[in-house]
Ligand binder design. Sequence first.
Ligand SMILES: CC(C)(COP(=O)(O)OP(=O)(O)OC[C@H]1O[C@@H](n2cnc3c(N)ncnc32)[C@H](O)[C@@H]1OP(=O)(O)O)[C@@H](O)C(=O)NCCC(=O)NCCS
Length: 336
Amino acid sequence: MEIQRLDPTDADQVDRAWALLERVHRADTPELPRGPKRYFSDELAQPLPHAELRGHLAVDGEQALGYLRVYLPMKENAHYAEAEISVHPEHRRRGVGTALLEHLLETARTESRTEVVVVARATWKDGPVRSTAGPEFLEKHGFTAALTEVHRRLEVAAFDAATERRLRSEAEAASGDDYELVCWAGRTPERYLEQLGRIDSMIFDEIPLGDVDLRSREIDVDHVRARDDRDEGVGVTCLRAVAVHKGSGVMAANSALFALKDDTDAYQGITIVDPAHRGHRLGLLTKLANLRQLRERFGHVTAIWTGNADVNAHMVAVNERLGFEPVDALVSYKRT
Ligand SMILES: CC(C)(COP(=O)(O)OP(=O)(O)OC[C@H]1O[C@@H](n2cnc3c(N)ncnc32)[C@H](O)[C@@H]1OP(=O)(O)O)[C@@H](O)C(=O)NCCC(=O)NCCS
């Protein structure tokens, strides 16, 4: 067996990796979205700013046996590596997963990473039953559970006009006249670059991360521009809804929803309300605005996916009121 670094411009290699991941998806998580194939290679070629994304394929001759995906922050959080390991269902319990994990740990050593996180799916309440292979495999290799995120799905068609009206008037009443709601799709308007960077710099200080050691990042104007360039490059449209405090011009809330023209699923990004502006239903207000943008601009999207830490009670409550329903959990296992 050999482990090859995936070259996203090598169509044969990409085909083999994609076909392998299709088998794994069908066996383990058929309810989850996969995204378009072209996005799979595009994101390897163009990762987020200040980060690397590497794919590795375990092969035996022509047979693809397993896949390792590694995410490496290159500026802040350069102590951290995050990965996902997938082994062909017919080739499990033969050491392929262990070989890929060793490759990951070698990468961590070479790149001076002190914290390695590998993610595994788990059953959540009465959702579809997930195999315990991932958690057992990771525990056997000295990893411990550090954070549980619950993934929820909203069927766009199930979000009816009456619910929307009711929630919107509630959010508008609570936010009052102090905030201006601003929406856009795609690139950030010049006048909001700095304020968007300011509020997004708070993310790792504000979201529950369990025992995962992700530290503050400074997202400046150049970073916001680079993120927009990257989204354009990989064919992702970021639908953005923000609430600006009229008196000070400060961006008080920000919600992002990602859609692709060739995908019937859309993906909720961050929703963050500045701690100084909480309690005015700004999270609900911005999410509702993005749902409207999605329906107007991406009518082919049938479902939205979101993931929240199991302990993030406020965000989960907002999502449940919108009609999101839990599917499964994604557990971050860590080893230092
Ligand atoms: C988890 C996964 C990567 C393991 O790959 P693998 O190639 O079967 O793993 P290995 O053969 O190297 O297993 C090493 C050890 O892990 C443990 N392990 C692996 N699968 C297990 C299972 N189903 N139940 C209990 N223990 C298991 C065992 O201790 C095993 O050693 P043993 O076979 O000598 O008992 C594979 O099942 C998979 O792709 N699952 C779906 C994706 C996933 O859950 N990924 C997230 C976790 S990395």
